[in-house]
Design a protein around this ligand. Structure first.
Ligand code: HEC
Length: 130
């Protein structure tokens, strides 16, 4: 008897809540697709590793060639003898990228892969965030 009475109540509750659930998932789905919330490139997360692997031996650890330290974002922006190594938002004005594109840097060892160069380009274009 009790079970029989409880049943209609249960299904009514489920039916009335389902659309709300659906709406919740929809909103969540939309929020995740919002490009503003997409993964952002950052120095610590995406760039420091490239510098450590290919550059800081000569620009920070064993030497500071051209007075350029590539270990921190602040040092990269303040730059070396020729001025700022990067101009946030302007990859085309960034000496660091020019040197890499021209295959002038690194002067010895492996050159950077296309993917890494593209990542650097995107990071600078997006404002060179920390
Ligand atoms: C083997 C040592 C060595 C490595 C590794 C190296 N560099 Fe250099 N870098 C130099 C030397 C030497 C100079 C100065 C002479 C010249 O421009 O060739 C220089 C100069 C520069 C300059 C010009 C700085 C100024 O203000 O004039 C930039 C920018 C630069 N390097 C970026 C990089 C980047 C980015 C990397 C990593 C992808 C890198 N370098 C790796 C030795 C190195």
């Amino acid at each position: 008897m009790l079970a029989k009475r409880a049943r209609p109540f249960f299904s009514h509750a489920v039916q009335s809540r389902l659309p709300l659930c659906g709406l919740g998932f929809l909103l969540l789905g939309c929020a995740q697709k919002d490009p503003e919330r997409g993964p952002k490139l950052g120095f610590a997360k995406d760039i420091k590793g490239i510098m450590t692997h290919s550059c800081i031996e000569c620009h920070g650890i064993e030497a500071e060639e051209s007075d350029l330290d590539l270990r921190t974002l602040e040092a990269i922006i303040s730059g070396g003898e020729s001025g700022p190594a990067i101009v946030p938002g302007h990859p085309e004005e960034s000496l660091l990228l020019e040197m890499i594109h021209d295959e002038h840097m690194p002067p010895e060892g492996e050159l950077l892969t296309k993917d890494k160069i593209e990542l650097l380009h995107k990071w600078i274009a997006a404002g060179a965030k920390p």
